[in-house]
Ligand binder design. Structure first.
Ligand code: BG6
Length: 484
């Protein structure tokens, strides 16, 4: 079937940085459905050609692969622009007529992509509904919603209710771009297509799990958005909790959207909610020193740019195993990694053997940017008595599978076009994620404990975070990945 992709918020950053480059890449790989067309919608005035020209310049800048002018021109011929305001129902209706004309009255599957500021989600959805543009008479109508999906449980529920007034759940694709990363999908393959890991993947063998998403970049020009979000809403409610669910979930009996999401939802339900007393001892919040000097940050801002949450998954498999979630801006490097830290051997017969948890076996899943997997284990140092050293087996995706790793948005956009929602959050999933984050956010906003720790840019967050971990007899895996 022919496809039309409609991007609301076409003049925004996401469109030129991610969406159009991803669609262009898919086109270059011959993966865009036959005769697919892309229509941008926003308030700025552009002719089709002016918009194509602007996008071409941006794609040349952001595109992962070599930019080809000839390929771009072929692609750009499928790109159109319609000027309008999502707050004006007549403009949305006008878009509807434009689409019909473009589609020459043939059935086309449509993807409505909301790349808008969240306050525009609800009016846009309602106007799409009122214009009859959500009704599936002869072809699918799919709605893609970017994060943040609400800013707490209450607002997420309201948004879900509004969306459900117009679209059925199966038409809705709530995006979390982490789920489009190849290494994140590989988590399920590693766990459930191999026999050697799964028997160890539980409380008997695992001491704790560390899930870190560190970024070296500061908040910079995004301060207006960031002030209303902070690290919990920006990274924990979505990306980090998604990584936690995939690490902790039970194997689904089949690989289909609902079976996978049912298992993820079970994990979220099992996560113990924190009381304000728990928040004081099980979380750490920090802010890099120069954050308050960023443009648009108010002088006494208490917005956290770094956070840690120690969570427990109360079920048979994970009882008593802490999951440490950590994320921060302005850290020493960009790395997202999941560390499965195994227990010490039950009995150490070698005098020099590991005595500390961080000397025990460890499995490191490098999500990005050095996509790979390492197994850390003790080996005998040759010709040194029974001296031992922690060494590793190292697997690197790029080395093994020559070529670039595709951008997350390529996979996700294609999945929407194919009608596969496996890698998108379901309504109950986002709401449950908020039930975990809300109590932490509330306690942090209250300004009580834990106090806001300042940290220097370029390190691993506040020194207190190290001390906090040490007191629990554990240590952070603070290693920047080696990029080949
Ligand atoms: C976004 C956050 O969702 O994810 C950003 O809003 C963050 O603040 C980004 O920088 C990180 O994504 P990635 O793919 O670069 O890890």
């Amino acid at each position: 079937m022919e496809h039309t992709v409609i991007i609301f918020g076409a003049s925004g950053d996401l469109t030129k940085r991610k969406l159009i480059p991803a669609l262009y890449e898919l086109f270059g790989k011959g993966r865009l459905p036959h005769n697919a067309r892309i229509v941008g919608f926003s308030r700025t005035s552009f002719s089709h050609d002016a918009w194509r020209q602007l996008l071409g310049e941006q794609v040349a800048k952001f595109s992962g692969s070599q930019f080809s002018t000839q390929l771009w021109e072929e692609f750009a011929a499928r790109v159109f622009y319609y000027r309008g305001d999502v707050l004006n129902p007549d403009d949305v209706r006008g878009l509807g007529s434009f689409l019909k004309e473009l589609e020459e009255d043939r059935p086309h599957a449509r993807m409505y992509y909301l790349s808008l500021s969240p306050e525009f989600y609800e009016p846009t959805i309602l106007h799409l509904g009122a214009a009859g543009m959500a009704t599936e008479n002869d072809a699918p109508r799919r709605l893609v919603i970017e994060k943040p999906f609400g800013r707490d449980l209450g607002s997420a529920r309201c948004l879900n209710e509004t969306v459900h007034e117009v679209f059925k759940e199966r038409q809705i694709y709530r995006i979390d771009h982490y789920l489009g990363k190849e290494t994140v999908s590989n988590l399920l393959v590693l766990r459930f297509a191999n026999t050697i890991f799964e028997p160890l993947w539980n409380r008997r063998y695992v001491d704790h799990v560390q899930i870190t998403a560190a970024e070296d970049l500061p908040v910079g020009h995004r301060a207006v958005f960031y002030e209303s979000a902070g690290i919990l809403r920006d990274m924990f409610q979505n990306h980090l909790l998604q990584l936690l669910t995939l690490t902790a979930m039970e194997p689904p009996s089949r690989v289909n959207a609902d079976d996978i999401r049912d298992e993820k939802v079970k994990v979220l339900r099992a996560v113990r909610q924190l009381t304000s007393e728990d928040v004081a001892v099980q979380t750490v919040r920090g802010q890099y020193r120069r954050y308050r000097d960023e443009p648009n940050v108010p002088p006494g801002s208490e917005t956290a740019t770094f956070g840690i949450a120690k969570l427990y998954v109360d079920n048979w498999r994970w009882q008593g195993v802490p999951f440490y979630l950590r994320s921060g801006k302005a850290m020493s490097c960009r790395t997202t990694q999941i560390v499965i830290q195994f227990r010490e051997p039950p009995h150490m017969m070698f005098e020099e053997g590991p005595r500390r948890i961080h000397e025990a076996n460890r499995l490191v899943l490098q999500i990005q940017p050095a996509e790979g997997i390492q197994i850390h284990f003790q080996t005998k140092v040759p010709d040194a008595g029974m001296k031992m050293r922690l060494t590793d087996l190292d697997f690197n995706f790029r080395e093994k599978f020559a070529g670039e790793m595709p951008e997350a948005y390529e996979r996700l956009l294609l999945d929407v076009m194919m009608g596969d929602p496996s890698l998108f959050s379901r309504a109950d999933e986002v709401e449950l994620a908020w039930t975990i984050i809300d109590p932490i956010q509330k306690a942090w906003d209250g300004g009580g404990l834990p106090q806001l720790e300042l940290y220097e840019a370029g390190g691993w967050g506040p020194p207190y975070a190290e001390e906090w971990m040490r007191r629990q007899g554990r240590a952070w895996f603070n290693v920047c990945p080696v990029l080949a």
